[in-house]
Write a protein that binds this ligand. Structure first.
Ligand code: PAF
Length: 311
């Protein structure tokens, strides 16, 4: 197994990240990495850096260019980067795609090696849920039952529960999330505040392919005609953002016109929310807002969002 190397105040690898499957081993590797960095600093007479920062990028694998953007941001934020890869059964409902969710660990590890990631935490379900389930769970509250939560009951409780576990396992100073999952970001931020976690989160803008489709591990299930049709989502959001100065109603009409014209796209919701509450905006709302969209294209559920500035 390739051992992480410490170069210039950062833990790096020459070839492959260390893929770690147990909580004990991960914790012990992180302690070692922190003390290696500290002693190297001390050797250089440099004690100004404080405790080396651990940065976590939580993922479910099937990594794409969007994830790699999160990883690059993570590397700029701290000395020790951990990428977790775990398809969390708790956040999938009955009849959802847990069984078919893409699992591509070898390719993921190769991609992370190219990014200089030292540690991949890839536990089994048995490691994460030794009793087969988590009887103690984090609840996502009212916002957790709206939008994605309405379509996927229990999804956000399962997501917050695994994120809380990962934060307790890894002890990151910072965790990096993608803006594509806007409701997830809102709920994680609220959990961190409500439960007094010391981790802070960094949110990275949505990465889009040519044509505007937001990158997602689920895009690989799209047939070529479905992929072309799915572009109506980002196009509708872009149209909406361009007329946001005329108000939320006009922005919604414009987005609907674009999305509803695409027969392969089955719209689930299109809504404008107040980013402070994640509830639908009221008539008098002005200032920052966010338009959210979710749709089925074939059997693939896609989500996207855009920031709006309402007059
Ligand atoms: O966004 C995801 O990939 C997942 O919801 C997360 C944050 C890794 C938790 O399983």
């Amino acid at each position: 197994m390739t051992q992480p190397q410490h170069t210039g105040g950062r833990v790096n690898v020459l070839t492959k990240p260390e893929v770690i499957g147990t909580i004990e081993e991960l914790r012990s590797r992180l302690i070692d990495a922190q003390s290696r960095i500290e002693s190297e600093r001390a050797g250089r007479g440099d004690d100004a850096g404080g405790t080396p920062r651990i940065v976590l990028v939580p993922t479910m694998g099937a990594l794409h260019a969007g994830h790699l953007t999160l990883v690059r941001r993570a590397r700029s934020l701290g000395e020790i980067v951990v990428v977790s890869i775990f398809v969390n059964p708790l956040q999938f409902g009955a009849g959802e795609d847990l069984g078919t969710y893409p699992r591509t660990l070898d390719a993921d590890v190769a991609a992370l090696a190219a990014e200089g990631v030292p540690f991949v935490f890839a536990p089994t379900s048995q490691v994460m849920y030794p009793d087969g389930d988590a009887s103690t769970r984090v609840t996502a509250g009212t916002v957790g039952s709206l939008f994605e939560g309405a379509a996927r009951p229990g999804h956000f409780d399962g997501m917050l529960t695994v994120v809380a576990k990962l934060f307790n396992i890894v002890g990151p100073d910072v965790a990096v999330f993608g803006q594509k999952d806007a409701q997830q970001v809102f709920l994680v931020e609220r959990m961190l505040a409500d439960l007094d976690f010391r981790t802070r989160i960094e949110v990275v803008p949505i990465v889009r392919e040519d044509g505007g489709l937001a990158l997602s591990s689920r895009n690989r299930a799209l047939e070529p005609d479905q992929r072309a049709a799915a572009r109506a989502l980002s196009a509708g959001l872009a149209d909406a953002a361009s007329v946001a100065g005329q108000g939320a109603e006009v922005a919604l009409q414009v987005a609907h016109a674009r999305i509803d014209a695409e027969p392969l796209v089955k719209l689930d919701y299109l809504v404008v929310v107040d980013p402070r509450t994640f509830l639908p905006v009221r008539a008098l709302h002005h200032g920052p807002a966010r338009m959210l969209v979710a749709a089925l294209v074939g059997h693939t559920r896609l989500i996207d969002n855009v920031a709006l500035e309402l007059p």
